[in-house]
Design a protein around this ligand. Structure first.
Ligand SMILES: [Zn+2]
Length: 303
């Protein structure tokens, strides 16, 4: 395999797998490849070697995009720190990959993983063609990437981090060091915990798939819990509407499969925390690229 000038390799560093692919300027996907179960515990050099190998096998030529989880110095392509990868600190991702691959460092684009996924969804997925959108990932936490005027808006690097909007001051402790963040109430992990605490569903406490099925079919305790979780999510989105007047929210990640049963709650939460008639024109959409969103977006950013 070898890439042409009109193709870019994109890489997505996830907690359990590193996914990659080669994408044409027209959005056509030419190749994809995963590195399953990388040994992050063997340290950054080992992982960077593996990423370089992955990029080479996909035929990387003169440019590369990579999405990494954590706090970045975007201008320099540095990973400052990553809550999920504790031994990856102050890492020159751009420089290290450029050196390993013989690329000009300016052609290695390093982006936050949620931002990369948002770019992917806006290019080819559920947010396709949207001018303004917030793309959320409902997983272990809640990731967010902001599209404004058709382009990624990253601010100094942390824009779109809606998972850490505080909805319950003094509430549950969060990995970010504060308390009451929306991801402690409405991520997949949080929803599972809430279901377990409530003993729901009765036949399989904490099973989100089953919970969702039951919420869909009957107006019972499962539906009520999904409403509560959705409302907490909406409480985190209300401020987004107030500040940016974004009417399009796109949901990815495993728990987005429950969007239909979360939607009434999300709308109630948004209504509670924003004003004006505009809540009624808010669109809640599903992401469509699944686990490909991150590397497709990373590739797009490398064009
Ligand atoms: Zn937090």
């Amino acid at each position: 395999m070898s890439g042409t000038a009109a193709e870019r390799v994109g890489i997505d560093v996830g907690g359990s797998a590193i996914k990659a692919g080669r994408v044409g300027a027209d959005g056509s996907v030419h190749a994809k490849q995963n590195w399953d179960a990388p040994h992050f515990d063997r340290g950054p050099a080992h992982v960077l070697d593996g990423i370089a190998e992955l990029a080479r096998s996909l035929g990387v030529r003169d440019a590369l995009g990579i999405g990494v989880p954590g706090l970045l110095d975007r201008a320099r392509g540095f990973l400052i720190e990553s809550p999920n990868l504790p031994n990856f600190k102050a890492l020159d991702v751009r420089g290290e990959l450029a050196r390993r691959l013989g690329l000009d460092p300016a052609r290695v684009h390093v982006e936050n993983d949620a931002n990369a996924a948002a770019v992917g969804e806006q290019w080819l997925g559920g947010a396709r063609g949207e001018r303004d959108a917030l793309v959320l990932t409902l997983g272990t936490g809640i990731g967010g990437g902001l599209i404004l005027n058709g382009e990624l808006f990253a601010g100094e690097g942390m824009a779109g981090e809606v998972g850490h909007v505080v909805i319950a001051p003094g509430g549950r402790a969060c990995g970010c060091g504060r308390a009451g963040c929306v991801e402690q109430y409405a991520s997949a992990t949080a929803a599972r915990r809430r279901a377990l605490e409530a003993g729901l569903p009765k036949d399989a406490p904490g099973d989100l798939k089953r919970l969702t099925e039951l919420a869909r079919t009957a107006d019972g305790a499962e539906r009520a819990l999904c409403f509560e979780v959705g409302r907490d999510l909406g409480r985190g989105l209300g401020p987004v509407l107030c500040l940016l007047d974004i009417r399009c929210f796109v949901f990815g990640g495993g728990f987005s499969a429950a969007l239909d049963v979360l939607e009434p709650g999300i709308r109630a939460g948004i209504e509670e925390r924003s004003y004006g008639e505009r809540q009624h024109s808010v669109r809640l959409l599903r992401a469509t690229l699944g686990p490909k969103a991150g590397w497709i977006g990373a590739a797009k950013l490398a064009f």
